[in-house]
Design a protein around this ligand. Structure first.
Ligand code: MIC
Ligand code: SF4
Length: 648
C-alpha cells in the first residue's frame, strides 16, 4: 500500500521520531540535531548540562550565543560570559562571542540547515523555520538534555497550512504578514499547532522575510512555524557560502492538513500591534497619526541585511523628526559589516539614528527605555506591559518600513504615504554575504578538553531543586493573575534584573513584580502556596526562571484555565503541578488568601485521577485536571526532571 502523503512538518518529524505516533495530541519524542542557547538562559542550561556528567555534547552541532546580557553594568554579565566561554570549550560547543549578533539571526546565517531539528533555550528559535528547519523553543533544562543526547518530548501538534497567494506590494513587508496572522489567530491561536506556510505566494518571499514570519509564530503560541526549502533557500545558503547545506524539501502533493488558512499577500497593508499585546493588530490607517516619541529598529524579527538596507534607503539624505529618538541595532556582525562597507550605515547615522551594538538591546529592556508615558514604535515581536523598562510606555510593533517612515515624520506613519518622496526600489537579497566567522570560537578537541578549566563567577548560584511530591499539599492562594499572563509578568527581565539570571535567590525578589510588587515577600512569609491563572498562562518567553523562581518561593501548583506549551513543560521540569480547572468558572469563586488543600494529590497523580481541591476558607470542593504523559507523571512524582533523571 502506498504511504500516506506527508506535509512538510510530518516529513521532518517522522525522520526524527524516537517514540510515539504522529497523531495530534499524542506524546512524541524527537531526536535533536542542533541546539542553541543564549546567555540569559544559557548559564542555567549549562549548569544543568554539567549536572548530567556528559563530557561532550552528542548533537551534530551546539552553539552558545552571547546576545541578551551585553550591557555589563557590573561584573555579573561578564562573569556569565566567561563561564559560558569556558564551559562550551570543554564540552564541544561553539561559542558566538558578544558582538557577533542575535542568536536567531546568526544561526540562520551561519548554521541552520533545512530538514534538521533545532532546539533552543529561547522562544524565538522557530526563526529557523524560515530555512526549512523544525526549530523549537524550550526551557534550558530540555536543551541541556538534548545536548546530552536525550530526545525532546512534545505533544504531536496539529498542522495548519497557511496558503499564501499573490505578492507583497511596495512598502508592505513580511512583518505585516505575520501581524495579519496574529490578528486572525490571536496569541493563543497557535497553541498545540505547527504553522506550515505554502502556496505560490510563499515562493515570492526570501529567507530573511520568511524568518520574520516564523520568528513571530512564537507570539501565536505555536510549537513552531516552517517554510519549504526551495530555490530561495538555495539562493540564501549559496550567498552565505553554504550551498552544500541545501536540500529541497516540500510537502507531498496531496498532503493533508488539520486546517487551511488562505492569505493573499497582495491584500496585506501596513499594520501595527497596539499596546500591550502582539495580537492587538490594526492597520496603520485605522490607528491614525498618533504622536510618537521613540522608534527602535532591530531584534531577531527585523534586523536582517535586507531589512536594514530598506531602512537606510528610506532615511538616506533625510533627518529624523525632532521629537523622535531612533535606535538601530543590527542583527549580526555580518549585517553591520555589510552596511558599513556599502555606505548604508553612513546614511543611517547621518539621518540621526543612535546605532547600538548587534544584540537584543531595547527588545528586552536592555537600555533605550522610553520616556514616561512615551509612545515607542518598534520592529520587535513583543510589546508586553513594562517589557521596555518603562511601565507606562505604549509600545507598537511594526515593520521596518513603517518604523523608518515614523522616525522621519514624527508620528505613526503609513510608509505608503511616503511613496512620492522616497524612491523605494525593493531591496534584493545580495548574491553574496560577507562571511567572516572569526567571532565564533570552536570547542577544544576531545584530547584537550580535559585541560579546560570552567570559570564560575560569584554571582552564579546553584539552581533550586524540588523534593518528591508529598501525599498531600496545602497552602494559600498567593495570586490571581487573569488571562494571557506572560513569563515577562512572572519573571520580568530588563537591564536591572537580567544580570541576576544566574542567581535565583536574588532574582526571586522580582517575581510577579509587574502585577504585584508584594508577591515575593508574601510568598516567602506564607512558606509558598498556589497561583491561579486564566487562559494561556505563561505565554511568551521560554525562560525557565519563570518556573525556577516560583519553585524557590515555594509555589507548589499553578491552577489555570489553560497553559502555554513551553511554560507548562518548565513547570513540570521543576516539579510544580500545572493544574487546569475542570470547571473554569470556579476560578471566579476563589479569592486571593483563601487556603486550599489537596489531600490525596500524590495518589490522584499516580492514578491519573482528577485532583480534589478543598477551599478550606470558603468550605467548598472542586476538581482540577493534571494532563501528563507517563514520563511527565514520573517527573512530577519525583519532584522535577533532575530528580527523575537521578532515579533512572
Ligand atoms: C524574550 O524575547 O523574551 C527572550 C528574552 O529572548 C526570552 C528568553 C529569556 O527570557 O531569556 C525568550 O523569548 O525565550
Ligand atoms: Fe532577543 Fe528580543 Fe529576539 Fe528575545 S525577542 S531573542 S530579546 S531580540
Amino acid at each position: 500500500m502506498a504511504e500516506r502523503p506527508q506535509n512538510l512538518a510530518e516529513k521532518i518529524i517522522s525522520a526524527h521520531l524516537v517514540s510515539g505516533e504522529m497523531i495530534p495530541g499524542e506524546q512524541i519524542a524527537l531526536k535533536i540535531d542542533q541546539t542553541l542557547t543564549q546567555d540569559a538562559t544559557g548559564t542555567m542550561a549549562y549548569l544543568q548540562f554539567q549536572a548530567m556528567d556528559t563530557p561532550r555534547v552528542k548533537t551534530e552541532l551546539s552553539v552558545a550565543y552571547i546576545d541578551h546580557n551585553t550591557l555589563q553594568s557590573g561584573f555579573e554579565n561578564a562573569d556569565d560570559h566567561r563561564y559560558m566561554q569556558s564551559v562550551t570549550k570543554k564540552h564541544g560547543i561553539y561559542f558566538s562571542r558578544p558582538g557577533n549578533g542575535i542568536c536567531h539571526q546568526v544561526h540562520l546565517e551561519r548554521f541552520g540547515k533545512p530538514g534538521k531539528t533545532l532546539l533552543g533555550s529561547d522562544s524565538h528559535t522557530p526563526t529557523g523555520g524560515g530555512i526549512g528547519m523544525l526549530a523549537m523553543g524550550a526551557g534550558g533544562l530540555d536543551v541541556a538534555v538534548a545536548m546530552a543526547g536525550g530526545a525532546y518530548y512534545i505533544t504531536m501538534p496539529e498542522i495548519v497550512l497557511i496558503r499564501l497567494s499573490g505578492e507583497l506590494r511596495k512598502f508592505v513587508s513580511a512583518k505585516d504578514v505575520i501581524l495579519e496572522v496574529l490578528k486572525r489567530l490571536s496569541v493563543k491561536g497557535g497553541v498545540g499547532k505547527i504553522i506550515e506556510y505554502g502556496g505560490p505566494g510563499s515562493r515570492t518571499l526570501t529567507v530573511p522575510q520568511r524568518a520574520t514570519i516564523t520568528n513571530m509564530g512564537a507570539e501565536l503560541g505555536a510549537t513552531t512555524s516552517i517554510f519549504p526549502s526551495d530555490e530561495s533557500t538555495r539562493q540564501f545558503l549559496k550567498a552565505q557560502g553554504r550551498e552544500a547545506d541545501y536540500i529541497p524539501l516540500f510537502p507531498d502533493p496531496d498532503a493533508e492538513y488539520d486546517e487551511i488558512i488562505d492569505i493573499n499577500l497582495s491584500d496585506i497593508v501596513p499594520q501595527a500591534a497596539m499596546p500591550h499585546s502582539p495580537d492587538a493588530v490594526r492597520s496603520i490607517t485605522e490607528i491614525g497619526k498618533i504622536h510618537v516619541d521613540q522608534v527602535c529598529i532591530g531584534s531577531c524579527t527585523n534586523s536582517s541585511f535586507t531589512d536594514l538596507m530598506t531602512v537606510a534607503r528610506m532615511l538616506k539624505g533625510r533627518t529624523i523628526a525632532p521629537n523622535i529618538s531612533l535606535s538601530v541595532s543590527p542583527g549580526s556582525k555580518q549585517v553591520l559589516n555589510m552596511l558599513a562597507k556599502n555606505g548604508a550605515l553612513s546614511d543611517i547615522i547621518d539621518a540621526g539614528a543612535r546605532v547600538l551594538e548587534c544584540a537584543c538591546g531595547p527588545c528586552i529592556g536592555m537600555g533605550f527605555s522610553p520616556n514616561s508615558g512615551g509612545v515607542s514604535v518598534r520592529t520587535f515581536n513583543r510589546n508586553f506591559e513594562g517589557r521596555s523598562g518603562t511601565k507606562d510606555a505604549q509600545v507598537y510593533l511594526v515593520s521596518p518600513e513603517t518604523a523608518a517612515a515614523t522616525a522621519l515624520m514624527g508620528y505613526l506613519c503609513d510608509p505608503r504615504d511616503m511613496a512620492k518622496d522616497v524612491s523605494m526600489r525593493g531591496v534584493d537579497m545580495p548574491d553574496k554575504f560577507t562571511v567572516n566567522d572569526n567571532m565564533i570560537i570552536p570547542p577544544a578537541s576531545e584530547d584537550e578538553a580535559g585541560e579546560v578549566e570552567v570559570i564560575l563567577g560569584p554571582n552564579i548560584k546553584p539552581f533550586p531543586l524540588n523534593c518528591a511530591l508529598p501525599e498531600a499539599i496545602d497552602g494559600e492562594v498567593l495570586l490571581k493573575t487573569g488571562d494571557n499572563i506572560t513569563t515577562d509578568h512572572i519573571m520580568p527581565a530588563g537591564a536591572k534584573i537580567l544580570p541576576y539570571r544566574s542567581n535565583i535567590p536574588y532574582l526571586s525578589r522580582f517575581c510577579f513584580e509587574v502585577i504585584d510588587p508584594t508577591f515575593s515577600a508574601r510568598a516567602k512569609n506564607a512558606g509558598g502556596g498556589f497561583v491561579l491563572g486564566g487562559v494561556n498562562y505563561g505565554q511568551g518567553s521560554s525562560r525557565e526562571h519563570a518556573a525556577l523562581v516560583p519553585l524557590y518561593l515555594g509555589v507548589k501548583a499553578v491552577i489555570a484555565k489553560s497553559f502555554a506549551r513551553i511554560h507548562c513543560a518548565n513547570l513540570i521540569n521543576s516539579g510544580i503541578l500545572p493544574l487546569t480547572f475542570t470547571n473554569p468558572e470556579v476560578y471566579d469563586k476563589i479569592n486571593e488568601e483563601d487556603t486550599l488543600s489537596m489531600p490525596n494529590v500524590r495518589y490522584e497523580i499516580e492514578n491519573g485521577e482528577p485532583i480534589t481541591v478543598i477551599n478550606e476558607t470558603q468550605a467548598f470542593e472542586f476538581t482540577a485536571e493534571c494532563e501528563l504523559s507517563e514520563r511527565q507523571r514520573a517527573m512530577i512524582l519525583a519532584g522535577g526532571a533532575l530528580n527523575y533523571a537521578k532515579q533512572q
